[in-house]
Ligand binder design. Sequence first.
Ligand code: HPA
Length: 277
Amino acid sequence: MGFITLEDIDTAVRAIGERTSLRPKVGIILGSGLGLLAEGVEAADRIPVEDIPGWPIPAVEGHAGQLVCGNLESQPVLILQGRAHYYEGHPMSKIGLPIRVMQRMGAEILIVTNAAGAVNPDFSPGELMLITDHINLMGMAGLTPLRGPNLDTFGPRFPDMSQAYDRDLMALAREVARERGIQLCEGIYICLGGPSFETPADLRFLRGIGVDAVGMSTVPEVNVARHGGMRVLGVSGISNKANLDGQTITTHEEVLAAGQVIAPRLSVLIRGVLHRL
Ligand code: HPA
């Protein structure tokens, strides 16, 4: 039901093409409360996502829902400020549409960000985590945007995921972090369906299977990007410590407030990476 076709993708590409002449080299997705980076884009064309046919419209607070197309550190970028999440009710197939559109417009690199809860007890709110790999728990049970007829134009039916996050881009991010004095921890991200946060027993399970940070996005998008052969850099902003002991409460307000601290650091890191591409 309702799988994304090449025609759906190209319809969206054409609608965007009527509003911007930009040919992006890098697609960037900004997570909850992390919109700051989009403000620095020069000569930006801003396109409300409501104006793009078929686009999954985000409904959650902290997401403006626009495409920002322009130059950042002299690189042509297409920034999605405000992503749609599966828990909002969108079909999983639609979660992949923005990635397909970015790639079809010319983007070869995807930089994906999110707000995440720290399952690793060494991580603290406000820190950035370089995503070195992910656990596709939802995908393992078949919940993936790659389900349905394969889009051969983009990639094979059974795409490799041995290097979901690009080693060279990770090395670049580490270098930039070191030079700019940004603390950058590293770890494994997992996407859960949400929208409820985890129970202490959920979190002990996640810790047991090797998770460092938990969120409600990114993995389906990275799956689609890698299927298409895009190179991916993933960064989580740690917004809260996961409630492993059952003594603390996690709220969306807390996640957005942490974004105020995380967004400036994330901007410096991503700008640094773009500068050196
Ligand atoms: N759990 C799941 N998703 C999240 C969290 C969390 O603790 N923090 C931010 N996104």
